[in-house]
Design a protein around this ligand. Sequence first.
Ligand code: ADP
Ligand code: MG
Length: 605
Amino acid sequence: MNTIHLLPDLVANQIAAGEVIQRPASAVKELLENAIDAQATKIQLIIKDAGRTLIQVVDNGRGMNFTDARMCFERHATSKINSADDLYRLTTKGFRGEALASIAAIAQVELKTKLADQETGTLLITEGSQVKEHTPVATTYGTSISIKNLFFNVPARRNFLKSDTVELGHIEEELNRLALIHYDIDFSFYHNGKLMLQLPPSNQKQRIITVFGTHLKDKLFPIELNTETVKISGFIAKPENAKKKKNEQYLFVNNRFVKHYLLTHAIETTYKELIPEGHKPAFFIEITVPPETIDVNISPTKSDVKFQDDRMIYAFLNAAVKKTLGTLSLIPQIDFNYNPQYDFSGIKPKEDFKSPALTLNPNYNPYSSIAEKKTTPSDSWQQFLSGLKNETITSCHLTSDKLNFDTEDVESETIFDETKIKCLLFSDAYLVFILNDILYIIDVKSARERILFEHFLTALENTPMVIQQSLFPETITLTANATEIVRDILPELRALGYELEQIDRISFAVNGTPVEEEVDIQQVIEQFAEMYKTHLFLHKTDKNSAIAKSLARQKCSTKLKIFSELEQQAFIKQLFLCKIPNISPSGEKIMKIFTDEEIRKIINA
Ligand code: ADP
Ligand code: MG
């Protein structure tokens, strides 16, 4: 006896529905996408009980004729593609022809639709895929489709649904994902008779603000990149807008919201160190590529996308975000003799993509002039400077835009001369000064942490610090835990000037220390090890950053006694030489700057 038979349509559709329609929000997505594919310019979404009892979408799109109104509920019934090749020429959201069939299998559906040029429309009522009614009806052009009692015949699914708040959240999210990219469409959203969201046609920026609120108003900056193979546009939010939650990250590929781990990384990595650890930057980015270079047919919900060459897209996206973040910085920054030629057109797929390089001259000593002037810096200041002497650069130019990719106009740069800066130390914690008509207030502690962090990172990656050998090595004793940590990073500690040698289970001989360091080494290493452990394990940063961050943090736990005028000036210069002078490695803001206009505003406020 044969045991294999074909499943009845209803069962097949219910199985398909398991993949496509997981919750009310999935049905909302499919219906809204159909309305968009039908070229609607106005779409209403009407929900009751978080989608459990009613999901209705009313559009003013193309509509369907009498036969199509019946056909659209058949499995693999679609007007959008004809052959498999069409999968690589997609311009519509839908193409699998299974959404309506799946929904109809697990709900009661009422469809009213009319073509613009026809007198009468069509009414179609189904229940669990069974057609209950199919008659002409008077209706306006476009389509209204109501899904009632979703999962009425699949109790297991119904029981899986979460609270109304959660389900409603998912519905809003699906709506946002479409509304943020189809900003020219008029959307409105009602829940239990209440208007929840009204989105008139607008531009993308305005749409983002209407969806997420005015807190983003002055914080969105455009990104733009055009090449033969990729077009990138959209908005990124200022680093200070980053949040702990990952809720405002929207990436669209050819008008479709996608989740793409690698591309998200291309964006997030650019923000690294501009925002506190664990925070997520907000972005709304649109990537357009030729449809034949992507595959969206890799998951039933079509929220994943595969690129022919994702490394190239990664590089372009990364560069585009960097460019905007660079121009966004309001702080005058030092031009490190970078190479301003940064030409996108020459980049071929699969070629390595390099960011502009910053070159440092390790032999330049900016403090030689300070030494000549025979100042007597305070002890802690001396210590602070001692390690820093080796890095810096041959020439310093101030530009308003460090990552300016196309300007070769060096004329506009002013030579940075820190000796001209007049500084005030306020409340023993803030440096106040004026530079190029801008008033700066700098938080000394955070600034110091930033300077030390970058300095330590350089020591770890390129130029190890000079070690002063101890004549009579001191012995330090650590906890078992700290011992293990320290033993793991002895080479790194050496690069930072601490030459330690394990002499027994929990003790180390201190054979060398950074030049001019006269502090309690035991305490430094103990506290450092503790911070390093947290950094590495909690925040998942790479080893060198975690080490540099921890040591910088440790060093800043004691107060820095500045300061003669020269010391203050040198400090400011060191800060401006940092790659990221405005945020400390622990994510604190370092400075506040004011133009004369802003001061006027403050006075008048
Ligand atoms: P797909 O969108 O993948 O084609 P669906 O099951 O979602 O599959 O829809 C089947 C077909 O029904 C569509 O191809 C389209 O022709 C038609 N259709 C669905 N919704 C609408 C609508 N709102 N307006 C006009 N036609 C629609
Ligand atoms: Mg569809």
